[in-house]
Structure formats: C-alpha cells, structure tokens
Design a protein around this ligand. Structure first.
Ligand code: 4AD
Ligand code: MG
Length: 433
C-alpha cells in the first residue's frame, strides 16, 4: 500500500500507528547504531529514531551523513514519548534523502548584515517562521473583519502620476518615454471609489524613498487602508481601534506559542486589547510633554519620534492623537472649522516605543484650500483636477486611514526592527537579495 504523506501535526494528532511525513532536519545526533533526528515542517517538529537494525546498513550510512536542513521523507511507527521534544517519536522503518545539505550557514549569533545577505536562508529559522505565520494571520483576519462588516475590497493602481504624501519620498519609474511613480498610498483613488462602494479596504505594496535609517522605516511596505463615505473623524478613528483590536485578539487566539517564543508577554497583550484606547488632541500631547517630560514643543510642529516616545511613556495602550497643526499636514487634511489652524486628522501611536502605526483623516472638500496647499509644496495643482472633480459631482463627507502592516506586526511580535516584519526588507541600504 502506498502511504499518503501527512503533515507532522496531522501525524501527531493521529497519535499512533503508521505515518509518512517529510520535512527538514532541525537537529541531529546519534551513535553508530542509533540516530535521532528532529524533523520539522511548517506545522510542527517531531523526533525520529533511526535504528540501524531496522533500516539496514546502507540507509543507516545515509542517515549518519545527514546534516541540519537536509530534506527527508520518513515512514515509520508513531509512538508517544514524553522525553521527546514534542511528546511523540517516530520509529523509522523507511527513509529517503530528498535534498542533501551542506553545513547550513545560518546561526543565531551572526551579525545582522550577514543574516540579511542570507535572507533567503534565514527565512526558515524558527523565529522568522513564527513571524511569517503571524503576518499571514494578520492579513487574513483583517480581510475577514471588513468582509463581515460588508466592506468591499478595492484595488488601487500602484503606478500613480502624482504624490499623495509629499514629493520628497516618491520613487520615480521610467514609464515608456516618460516617468511615473510608485504608490505612496491608495488614498486618492480610494476617494474616487467610495462614490461607488461607500466602504472599502485594501492591502497593497506601498513605496517611500525614506532617507531615515530607523528601525521603523521601510522603502517598500504593505499599507492596509480603509476609506468610508459619510464617516467623520471620530467615527473613522474608532473604526481603526476596532480593526486593530480585532486583528490582535485573533492573532493571540491562534499564535499564543509563536508570540511567547518571540518574547511577547501574551497576558499583557490580551489586557491591552480589552482596555479602552484613549483619544487625545495634539495640544494635549504638548501639555503632557511640558508638564511630565519638561519638553517644550511649540504648536505647529509635527511630532518627532522622541516626542512620540516620551508621551507614550504615559500610556500602556495605543493612543489616538487628533488635531495636528494644519500647516505641517498633507494637503487633503481639512481644517477644523472651529480651529482653522488644526486639521481633522489623526495618528495612532503604539506603546513601548513602536511609534506611529496609523495615519488618517477626514478629507478636505475645499478645493481652493487644497490647491493653495499643493502649490505651496511646489506642485502643479492641475494634476489633481480629477481629484477635485470628486468634490464637484455629488461630494460627500468621507474619511479614511492607513495602517503600516509591518509596524503593527513588529509591535505585536515585539521585534526590535521592522525589517523582520517583512520577508525581504527593502530600505535605503538594503535591496538584495
Ligand atoms: O501616515 P501616512 O503617511 O498616511 C497615509 O499615507 C495616508 N494617505 C493613509 C490614508 O489615510 N489612507 O502612512 C500611514 C501609515 C503610517 O502610520 C505608518 O504606520 C505606515 O503607514 N508607514 C510606514 N511603514 C513603514 N515604513 C515606512 N516608510 C512608512 N511610512 C508610513
Ligand atoms: Mg503619518
């Protein structure tokens, strides 16, 4: 009878009897009669015992040559074994080497540059595997959150002819005889789509030529964005809280062990999810900085990382900060009619130094004001005529926000750099392999 291969987890769920599994050697040790291999696949790992008497001399010689990360197929008898790493053991009757492995070059004590140069090999480490699983779940449960709410997924163009978030971080792309740019945000196109679909979301690659070499900036990242007709600043920022709470709760539900292995305090994370996440104003931040941190920041400047970090020392949940000064905000963030120097916008800041994870706003309906602000940035406002049309043909109040997926993943997984929240990071200094 030909046996079907199952995953290691499925084999362990079966508990006993004949099993056929395959994967990679995670650990190996042994004597000249008995070889112990811990085999891993994407689901789990299990100890396999290869006895020379059971597999014969020739096979055993192969087993003896196996190095970590060789790929093998194994058949044998599954037994409970409390002393084995995952509580089970396979007594091997047949095995086959699929891919031999040279000495695997990756060790945990190597420097960051070396590991990044060998990203194609470090991806399979336990640590990166846990992060990749959490990342996969994060995108999946977020999709589910919006589908259950009746939102539509809307896909923006990635090649865009103008900026949304400031010209200085645009990546130019040769476009036939001319030039265009890689998307900095889906937002301007999402604003067109709410007139058809009203409530929409996406997840898309996003590009910024960031000059900052920080642990929070990537040149290519995934922004997960949302845009809603009829919602105002309050409603949209509450939706951002609800979305993130949902995603984190689901990640905890499915990945408690992965989170623990990454050093995350799962109980703390759970408490944070069920707590209220406050909303304060930019002016409150200035007051907190002055009163509690002896930092005198004048009204009118965007918050710097250090200021975000200092104010977040006062909170153990994320905080929504609204009403930043209009003058330092993107052209589409509207003035608050009651305080025209403040914008109807928000950022969400994460605790523990993870900084800004969300940026959003109501969208301006004032074409003249937007034109002036674009021109002040040196833009040709006529490139945005199509965008202004959206205000002329049945314009409605609408709002939206974007979340840096990797910033959220880095925070949930307690990573010390955002580079590990994405499989192949691209930064100013790193674009290979
Ligand atoms: O605050 P930002 O620039 O907002 C926008 O792009 C809006 N157009 C979004 C919208 O309203 N639909 O970016 C949103 C989020 C930031 O809060 C941050 O989490 C993330 O995107 N982000 C980055 N993440 C990694 N690397 C970078 N270089 C990032 N730049 C922004
Ligand atoms: Mg921002």
């Amino acid at each position: 009878m030909i046996m079907e291969y199952t995953s290691i987890q499925e084999a362990m769920d079966k508990g006993e009897g004949k099993v056929a599994i395959r994967g990679w050697v995670f650990r190996e040790r042994g004597s000249n009669k008995l070889k112990f291999i811990v085999l891993r696949d994407s689901t789990n790992m299990i100890q396999c015992v290869i006895d020379k008497a059971a597999v014969g001399d020739e096979r055993f010689t192969d087993a003896d040559k196996l190095q970590v990360e060789a790929s093998v197929e194994v058949k044998g008898e599954m037994k409970k074994e409390p002393r084995a790493p995952t509580g089970y053991e396979v007594h091997v009757t047949e095995f086959n080497v699929v891919g031999w492995c040279d000495k695997f070059p990756i060790r945990s004590d190597q420097n960051r540059e070396f590991l990044d140069d060998n990203r194609h090999l470090t991806l399979r480490t336990q640590r990166m595997t846990s992060i990749l699983k959490i990342r996969s779940t994060y995108f999946q449960v977020r999709e589910q959150f919006f589908q259950e709410k009746g939102f539509y997924r809307f896909d923006p163009p990635i090649l865009q002819p103008s900026q949304c978030e400031g010209g200085s971080t645009l990546f130019a792309v040769k476009y036939y005889e001319g030039e265009t740019y890689l998307s900095q945000s889906w937002q301007l196109y999402a604003e067109a789509a709410v007139y058809a679909l009203e409530n929409i979301y996406d997840a898309a690659p996003t590009f910024r030529a960031e000059k900052s070499k920080t642990s929070r900036h990537l040149s290519e990242f995934w922004m997960v964005e949302t845009e809603c007709a009829w919602k105002d600043l309050h409603a949209i920022s509450e939706l951002a809280k609800e979305e993130l709470k949902h995603c984190i709760a689901k990640v905890i539900e499915r990945h408690e062990e992965d989170l623990k292995s990454l050093g995350q305090d799962v109980e703390k994370l759970k408490k944070m999810v069920s707590a209220e996440w406050p909303t304060i104003k930019y002016r409150d931040v200035l007051r907190i900085l002055k009163e509690k941190k002896k930092m005198d920041v004048p009204f009118g400047k965007d918050l710097r990382t250090i200021e975000e970090e200092k104010v977040m020392e006062e909170f153990d949940t994320p905080v929504v900060v609204t009403h930043y000064p209009v003058d330092v905000m993107a052209f589409y963030k509207p003035r608050d009619p009651e305080h025209p120097d403040e914008a109807l916008c928000f950022d969400m800041l994460a605790p523990e130094g993870y900084g800004e994870i969300v940026g959003g706003s109501q969208r301006s309906m004032d074409i003249d004001d937007m034109k002036k602000r674009l021109e002040a940035e040196g833009e040709d406002a006529s490139n945005y005529d199509w965008y202004f049309d959206l205000r002329k043909y049945g314009g409605v109040p609408h709002s939206g926000y974007g979340i840096g997926a990797e910033r959220v993943i880095a925070w949930i997984c307690k990573l010390d750099t955002i580079k590990d929240a994405i499989p192949f990071p691209r930064t100013m200094l790193r674009w290979k392999p």
